[in-house]
Design a protein around this ligand. Structure first.
Ligand SMILES: [Fe+2]
Ligand SMILES: [Zn+2]
Length: 364
């Protein structure tokens, strides 16, 4: 399968952090006169002081100008419900409040629960184009397909819509594809996968796995590798674990040390660290359809059957993942370094039913 690379759109700089530089006062004239009330030493000293001060002030700015990638992720969203609108509003408010210009939004499948009467259906505007604020969320939305996207031929409509509307933020160039962010000197590699095994022929399904192995085997240029698809490999909510996907994709994920696997399908927000699996598992399926119960309390670092989305921030040596509910609260935040050490930054692992704090420890 051809490697479909997409333009990145944004380079990850924070729009809220602009550098304002003042014109430097000149204290010497071409004739060699000194500045007001000054001596020649001041003429020499002032630029030095300015240089030192400029360095001191610019150092944090230069650090901020290091490559940074912001992603948002949500699944199970196109439901035309008040909850979908609430999550969309929470996304807008969140990026506004934190001065984030997202580089991309990951759509984790079950993109539409409503019928789509082709690429011109008004629901494209109502449930996507207008729903997710075009100004604050001006980034490509990279989608994967969920089981409900295969109902009533919606998968083909979604592929067609992306193809016929290249100016739209909705991106779905193929059933599986790769994106590097930023395109030049990437920090993050995104591998989008189709987890609907029963919707593909055996040959197609095998072809995807081979493609995945090939992509992961390539010399790694980005610091972080994220794989995302609709079905979770592990989940503590109603659908639970998927042993078939664990078997099919697990060996490649482990061998090539994928850092994150993101999924939807269970309508909940979850963070799991599973022994013998090097990556962090994130479930973000609370985009707007009815939420699910959490079925077990003995495993997740965090699991909550609530509507919301996830924000992932990547720097060269650290990733920070924030779970944001539809009210804008962040009940769980964790960080992960390049070695895979995980640290819970805030929030406690709560379940909706029991509201019991679950002990939180470092990942294995
Ligand atoms: Fe769903
Ligand atoms: Zn689903």
């Amino acid at each position: 399968m051809a490697n479909a690379r997409e333009p990145t759109g944004m380079n990850g700089f924070l729009p809220g952090r602009r550098t304002h530089t003042r014109p430097v006062e000149r204290f010497s004239s071409p004739g060699g006169k000194t500045g007001p009330g000054g001596s020649r030493r001041c003429v020499v000293g002032k630029p030095m002081a300015v240089f030192v001060l400029a360095f001191l002030f610019l150092a944090p700015v230069l650090r901020a100008a290091e490559a940074v990638v912001h992603l948002l992720a949500l699944g199970d969203w196109g439901a035309n419900t008040p909850a979908q609108a609430a999550v969309a509003a929470a996304m807008k408010n969140y990026v506004e409040r934190h001065h984030i210009g997202p580089d991309a939004v990951l759509l984790l499948g079950d993109n539409f629960y409503v019928d789509l009467d082709g690429v011109n259906d008004e629901d494209w505007k109502q449930l996507f184009e207008r729903m997710y604020d075009p100004r604050r969320l001006a980034a490509p939305f990279y989608a994967v397909l969920g089981n409900h996207d295969y109902d009533d031929n919606r998968a083909q409509v979604e592929l067609d819509y992306a193809k016929k509307n290249p100016e739209s933020r909705f991106k779905l160039p193929h059933f599986w594809y790769r994106v590097d962010l930023p395109r030049n000197d990437p920090l993050v590699t995104l591998i989008a996968l189709d987890s609907n095994a029963n919707k593909h022929s055996k040959e197609q399904w095998t072809a995807q796995t081979r493609w995945l192995e090939r992509e992961l085997s390539k010399p790694r240029t980005a610091r972080w590798t994220i794989c995302f698809a609709h079905h979770p490999l592990f989940s503590d909510s109603e659908h639970g674990d998927d042993e078939n996907l664990q078997k099919v994709w697990g060996p490649a994920f482990k061998k090539h040390r994928v850092d994150f696997y993101l999924a939807g399908h269970d309508h909940a927000l979850e963070h799991l660290q599973i022994p013998d699996w090097p990556m962090s598992f994130v479930v973000s399926g609370g985009g707007g359809y009815e939420t699910y119960e959490i079925e077990r309390q003995d495993r997740a670092k965090f699991a909550c059957g609530e509507h919301g989305f996830v924000h992932l921030l990547f720097t060269t040596d650290r990733a920070r993942v924030s779970f944001v509910d539809k009210t804008g609260s962040t009940p769980h935040i964790f960080e992960r370094n390049r070695r895979g050490d995980v640290r819970i930054v805030s929030g406690s692992a709560l379940t909706r039913e029991a509201n019991l704090p679950v002990p939180v420890s470092s990942a294995p």
